[in-house]
Write a protein that binds this ligand. Structure first.
Ligand code: SF4
Length: 337
């Protein structure tokens, strides 16, 4: 099997162009991977409100001809998503009550989450926010002002998290403006960016973005979302390096996914590959029970087996914390296995 070649042209294009050229059709994705005649072709489907969206650099990391490719499984919409399964709901983390005003989710003490963009560069089929009402959280200039006033009015907030939708879909100028406004709030000391864009479009890690985060008076952390070592391509590693060198803290969170990373060796390789790229494994999430993602769930016993293997085979600093989120809880729940 071969990886799909990423052309030189892709590496030279800017990230906006790469995003505009993303694959938006399951049939095309299968064709690129020479899987158009495989059993997957008959299973295509999924939620029309959450269409297939996959940038081509991510496709280039997949293996041609492999129906079980772990990256493909994360992004290919399938009819199985339409099955209603008891216990799988549209808002598994109960975020809506914490959505205190447009663009602001305030769940935990000391930090607040700003929905900086109403979409992502990739539609991950297991995403717990796949039903999030982004349309109600579209933030214009006035709402941004109100969101920042909310943060300024609560002196207990020391950290602002830009999440999404993916905040790195904002361009560098917009992001710099927003970060500057956050930095002007005296009690905010830390800025955290949760993003999957660099994993699917490494070109998003521009020198301007790196410089802006490194120069900010806020302590900047970028939390990536990588689930499988095959997602850590050469271009991502190359572009993370200056960030790390200039003092931006790099962390990763993963989700345990059936058919993707439910293999103890793969999970250990993921931690090793992240660390080699200067990224510390931070969280390993048990799947949130979101409607349309039941086929990614693992039995609790299997989750325990996988994590115990990791504990036995990795040094402590490469062991992510195994957690789940429970609606209404004031913190993530550490799972003891
Ligand atoms: S990038 Fe993150 S927020 Fe966006 S669909 Fe994927 S998991 Fe969800």
């Amino acid at each position: 099997m071969q990886a799909v070649p990423l052309t030189r042209i892709d590496e030279e294009k800017n990230w906006q162009t790469i995003l505009a050229e993303a694959v938006r059709d399951g049939h095309e994705l299968l064709r690129l991977l020479q899987l158009e005649h495989s059993e997957l072709a008959g299973q295509l489907g999924g939620d029309g409100d959450f269409p297939v969206l996959v940038p081509r650099p991510f496709v280039a990391l997949m293996q041609q001809g492999d129906v079980r490719d772990p990256l493909l499984r994360q992004v290919l919409g399938q009819q199985e998503e339409n099955r209603q399964v008891p216990g799988y709901v549209t808002d598994p983390l109960g975020e809506q009550p914490a959505n205190v005003r447009p663009g602001v989710v305030h769940k935990y003490h000391g930090r607040v989450l700003l929905i900086a963009a109403g979409g992502c560069a990739v539609n991950c089929r297991y995403c717990f926010r796949r039903h999030f009402p982004y349309a109600d959280n579209r933030v214009g200039r006035k709402q941004w002002q109100e969101a920042l006033e909310y943060v300024a009015a609560d002196a207990s907030i020391s950290e602002v998290i830009l999440s999404g939708g993916d905040p790195l879909l904002l361009d560098d100028a917009a992001l710099a403006r927003l970060c500057g406004q956050i930095a002007d709030i005296g009690h905010v000391r830390r800025l955290r960016i949760h993003t999957r864009v660099p994993v699917v479009i490494p070109q998003r890690l521009t020198p301007a973005l790196t410089g802006m985060l490194a120069d900010s008076c806020l302590q900047a952390t970028v939390v990536l979302h990588v689930n499988h070592p095959a997602e850590i391509g050469h271009e991502l590693v190359r572009r993370l390096e200056p960030m790390r060198r200039q003092g931006v803290t790099l962390l990763n969170q993963s989700v345990l996914l059936q058919g993707v990373n439910d293999d103890p060796e793969v999970l250990c390789q993921l931690s090793e590959a992240l660390f080699a790229a200067g990224v510390l494994p931070y969280y390993l999430h048990r799947l949130d029970r979101v409607q349309g993602a039941h086929h990614f769930a693992l039995p609790d016993e299997r989750v325990g087996e996988l994590y115990r293997y990791m504990k036995e085979h990795l040094p402590g600093y490469l062991l992510p914390r195994l957690v789940c989120e429970e609606a209404g809880q004031p913190h993530k729940t550490l799972l003891m296995v």
